[in-house]
Design a binder for this molecule. Sequence first.
Ligand SMILES: *Cc1c(COP(=O)(O)O)cnc(C)c1O
Length: 440
Amino acid sequence: MTAAIRFHSTRDSSAAIRFSQALLQGLAPDGGLYVPTSWPTLDVQALGRETTLPAKLPTIANRLIAPFVGDDALAPKLPDITAEAFNFPAPLATLDDGLGVLELFHGPTAAFKDFGARFLAANFARLREPGSQPITILVATSGDTGGAVAAAFHGRPGINVGVLFPKGLVSPTQERQLTCWGGNVKSFAVRGTFDDCQRLVKQAFVDPELRQQTQLSSANSINLGRLLPQAVYYAASSLEVWKKTGEPASYIIPSGNLGNAAACIWARKVGLPIRDIVLAHNANQTVTDFLRNGDWRPRPSIATLASAMDVGNPSNMERLRALFPELAQLRTAVSAESVDDAAIRERIRTGFERYGQIWCPHTATAAEVYERLVVGKRPGRWIIVSTAHPAKFSEIVEPLIGRKVPVPDTLAKLFARPTECTEIAPELGSLRAALSEGRA
Ligand SMILES: *Cc1c(COP(=O)(O)O)cnc(C)c1O
């Protein structure tokens, strides 16, 4: 029997921990990201035979994630966890010319981050011993993450959530999603920038006073428990293409912190029929430049229309470098392209004209990369990954397509809720006070 899979930091492979420890810790103590000590190989032939179309996500999730959970205490609970987390579909739409669009926006907050957030929450709920100290999840957000995490943890006993966002710097739609929860979710409008929010969360983690009151945990995109479940929709969609055509699928992924892309790479690594992986970036070109000239130069982020990808220092690059230490290996594994706002706008317009598709700015970024890199040059089964519903970005999309974007029921329900939030100064003392307010 091969050794069970454990997880070690990207910066130190000497100490390995179990699945549930890696989830609870989020970031490794040395600042690194958790990666598996070894890789399982899925029996893809068998999985393909067993899979009936449309593929059932919980079934595929069980098969894909079980080897990573191994003999962890959560192992017997995995079927319940996946049934709860994957309770909405990820359909693969096919456009006229055979191009696929993987729709990841059918969850409660209409963005792909619902998959990771719901899986993490389902695990956390089962990790907590009844009657034990409450867990407090702190999340700094500039957009979609906070909403997805709040939705996933809302109403869970023994788990509190603090969402920190920069006051006045998120869109009205986003702010509503961050502040409409109440109960165990507290929203903090920080008088500062997103960087201030992130700094506050980091300070909170090492604050002895807060750590005495509560067990702090993070739910940001570097958490292993958010990354692994994202491999599931790549598994399901690539199996679907493979069953229908006998060919592997290639993906174009709207990318910021590279969590979604890392999940796709992991899916390919365990044997799923995936060929090319292309990273679609907006004007934030750190990754594109690096692949071109080998110079890793993180920089402040630039505001773009595809705001959830405004990242100047993508954290999951560390996981990619762990898998592909040499630049040449990384260049074989992925390619990348950057798209400016004008091209995003134009692609939203033509996507509607040509296909009747309404794309959010992130999805349009990937569609533009498809046009530039792929059409006529690299045949194959291409899939554009659609990361958010366009109704979340109606103020951008509607003028371009000249009509209203229909709002899905899930979002309409959120928009109808009352909102509440506490304004705080960008100082740890203010966060500490606000967190303990109203707590017994
Ligand atoms: C977060 C997000 C992205 C970027 O995903 P990463 O995993 O950070 O690369 C793309 N599109 C949308 C809509 C997002 O919310």
